[in-house]
Design a protein around this ligand. Structure first.
Ligand code: GUN
Length: 292
């Protein structure tokens, strides 16, 4: 079994991005990212902090907006519109999910597609579906694809099963894997919570992307001997032996699945760091395009 070290791969990519940031700054352009969080969800707060911190480490400009859960739709859209017009900001990210009184689609549609570094705006969703190289691709699936490429996993002709159909991961992941070219050319099946005999479908995968958001859902009987498993899940569960009483687990029951795999990503230290690296990459790309 080969452990795919997402943290180390992400660090290597961040070094390359750092060089691009330095070159842009030398020409008077500092890539800037605005991260907006509505409400107090602790996991979302941790993600937002981590995005902000990585920006600073790379010498990028970052602005963090932590708004109360009572923020209205109109206030949020007004902030997005202000950021659209701000020449220091090249990327805008509104952390998902927002509180239930906010219409997320309307907020996403308010973002200038040229600053939509999450790749959630319908213009970018369409571009990804069309295979347009100018698309902003959602960071998590982009990071998964990059991990497969960096780890030397052949996707062409492989049967890839994507477990999960979210806007953020599953749907775009399936599109990327079926695209023509490196990291694509796979035969793709999308499985989800309503799939009949989901274990059998997953067991037919050469490459299994677990993004269903259920702790340790993928057990050994879901995995073919010699498969590659990418675990997108980040689930906090109770653990009486841990100092704070909780621990992070993926969507994969790692201990029982890993021995069957050709390669597998750990949680933490797998997909998570890659998502942030791809966000930085998208923000640098946005800065370049907005200044060319
Ligand atoms: N929530 C979970 N993942 C993401 C992400 O990549 N972007 C945003 N905006 N929200 C998320």
């Amino acid at each position: 079994m080969n452990l795919i070290n997402g943290k180390a791969i992400a660090q290597k990519i961040l070094l390359e991005i750092r060089a691009e940031v330095d070159a842009l700054k030398a020409r008077g352009h500092t890539p800037g990212l605005a991260v907006v969080l509505v409400g107090e969800d602790p996991a979302s707060r941790a993600y937002v902090r981590s995005k902000d911190k990585t920006c600073s480490e790379l010498g990028m400009f970052s602005q963090k907006f932590e708004l109360p859960a009572t923020t209205t739709q109109e206030e949020l859209v007004a902030l997005v519109e202000k950021l659209n017009a701000d020449p220091l900001i090249h990327g805008i990210l509104v952390q998902s999910p927002p509180p239930p009184h906010i219409n997320e689609a309307a907020v996403i549609e308010a973002i200038d597609p040229r600053k939509d570094v999450d790749g959630f705006h319908p213009v970018n969703v369409a571009k990804v579906a069309l295979g347009d190289p100018d698309a902003f691709v959602p960071c998590t699936p982009l990071g998964c694809q990059r991990l497969l490429l960096e780890a030397g996993i052949e996707t062409a002709g492989a049967h890839a099963v994507v477990l999960g159909r979210s806007m953020i991961v599953g749907k775009p992941m399936a599109l990327l894997l079926m695209q023509k070219g490196p990291g694509g050319d796979a035969t793709v099946t999308v499985a989800h919570s309503r799939t009949r005999d989901v274990a059998a479908v997953c067991r037919s995968a050469d490459i299994l992307i677990a993004a269903i958001g259920k702790p340790e859902f993928v057990t050994a009987d879901f995995v073919k001997e010699g498969a590659v498993v990418i675990d997108v899940g980040i689930n906090r569960v109770n653990d009486p032996t841990a100092k704070n009483g909780t621990k992070l687990v993926g969507d994969v029951a790692f201990a029982e699945v890993a021995p069957k795999c050709k390669a597998i990503t750990p949680v933490p230290g797998g997909v998570g760091p890659m998502t942030i690296a791809m966000l930085m990459q998208n923000t640098v790309q946005a800065c370049k395009r907005l200044n060319s």
